[in-house]
Design a protein around this ligand. Structure first.
Ligand code: NDP
Ligand code: FMN
Ligand code: IPE
Ligand code: MG
Length: 342
């Protein structure tokens, strides 16, 4: 296995077996509470949680966040996730496809389009790779592998600082992102990986031409902790621990990015762990909510476990709609039913 391939299995193992969730910082959503409506004047059975994102209809406002690919274990996880994404019409990302560019024989570990013919599928590459020989050809290539509806470029400066083998030249990336946005035939989305995107950075990315933003804020999986666990020397190990809880909490990102742009398609993610939190992010201005770690835990067990997770998430979202007197996601987003409590 190449270095990039072993890293992919390391990430799965460490996320599942070690404590790499943020502990000192939260996603910030505990600072908000829905106003309960004791007389909803709705029939629960008629509540509609479908939504639209990047031109496709989704059965629920949920994204299976970008996670994996490149190894046998990763392929099994992607296959299970894709099956459930298709059943419930959820959006789904795959993990960084750099490994498939470096080792084309691993491309099939990402190629879930045949399992999920109608699903909104998102390809994935690190934006920083644009400073290390990658260009529009590699972007097209990874979109083709997945027959993807859009390309996610992840931006992960902190993670690359902790990785012994990290790529840390982030100079001039905005111009290169701009070039990809203007040349790629599908929309480009940018996401962080758990440290968040500020309003100011969102404004610059939108100016550069990105079609959507996924804040991937702090409060959930800590990539500084993950990389600390696989560090090759004591300095990198300790550096990762120092920055374990670094970043902008997810709730704060949604507010500031929405202030920067009232219209950009906005994904909330980073530490979301149930449907009540998902609903809070929508009420704060997000259009879609992404979860990574909970889907990973379920996918590692079985398809049935993912099915159970999705049923719980959708029941939680519906319960919020019912108990706030909203019959649909657009109604929830327009109603002012979320109070700041601290
Ligand atoms: N924020 C976080 O995510 C985490 C923080 N920590 C914190 O880190 C600290 C240490 O954690 P712990 O798990 O006990 O140990 P470490 O994980 O730091 O130890 C890892 C290895 O480093 C070696 N080592 C330990 N101390 C030193 C040193 N001063 N100089 C050189 N090598 C050393 C040890 O070898 P040998 O025993 O042979 O010396 C050990 O095999 C604790 O304060 C703990 O709370 C720990 C885990 C997670
Ligand atoms: C095992 C694993 C692998 C991941 N790999 C990628 C990746 O390749 N590309 C990416 O953009 N994000 C990746 N992520 C980050 C997630 O998409 C997400 O932004 C982050 O984990 C925070 O969400 P969470 O708190 O719900 O886990 C990965 C997450 C996990 C758990
Ligand atoms: C795992 C996350 C959160 C993002 C990508 O990590 P890597 O830095 O390992 O991805 P590539 O370099 O292989 O693109
Ligand atoms: Mg990288």
């Amino acid at each position: 296995m190449s270095n990039t391939e072993t890293r992919k299995d390391d990430h799965l193992r460490i996320c599942l077996e070690e404590d790499v969730q943020c502990r000192q910082v939260t996603n910030g959503l505990e600072r908000y509470r829905f106003t309960h409506c004791c007389l909803p004047e709705l029939d629960y059975e008629e509540i509609d949680i479908s939504t639209r994102f990047l031109g496709k209809k989704l059965g629920a406002p949920l994204l299976i966040s970008s996670m994996t690919g490149g190894t046998d274990r990763a392929k099994m996880i992607n296959t299970r996730l894709a099956e459930i994404a298709e059943t419930y019409q959820l959006a789904m990302g795959v993990g960084s496809q750099r490994v498939a560019v470096e080792k084309p024989e691993t491309a099939d570990t990402f190629a879930v389009r045949s399992i999920a013919p109608n699903t909104l599928l998102l390809a994935n590459l690190g934006a920083v790779q644009l400073n290390y020989t990658y260009g529009i050809d590699q972007c097209r290539k990874v979109v083709d592998i997945l027959q993807a509806d859009a390309l996610i470029l992840h931006i992960n400066p902190l993670q690359e600082c902790i990785q012994s083998e990290g790529d840390r030249n982030f100079k001039g990336l905005l111009d290169k992102i701009h070039k990809v946005c203007s040349e790629l035939p599908v929309p480009v989305v940018t996401k962080e990986v758990g440290n968040g995107i500020s309003g100011e950075m969102a404004r610059r990315l939108i100016e550069a031409g990105v079609s959507a933003i996924d804040v991937a804020g702090a409060g959930g999986t800590s990539w500084a902790k993950v990389e600390s666990e696989r560090a090759e020397n004591r300095l990198q190990q300790r550096l990762g621990r120092t920055f374990a809880d670094w970043g902008i909490p997810t709730a704060d990102c949604i507010g500031t990015v929405r202030n920067a742009s009232a219209t950009v398609p906005l994904i909330a993610s980073g530490g979301l762990r149930d449907g009540l939190e998902v609903a809070k992010t929508l009420a704060l201005g997000a259009d879609l909510a992404g979860l990574a770690f909970p889907f990973l835990q379920a996918a590692d067990r079985s398809i049935e476990a993912i099915d159970e997770l999705v049923n719980l998430l959708t029941a939680e979202i519906k319960t919020v709609l019912f108990c706030t007197g909203n019959g649909s996601i657009p109604a929830l987003k327009q109603s002012r039913v979320l109070e700041k409590i601290r």
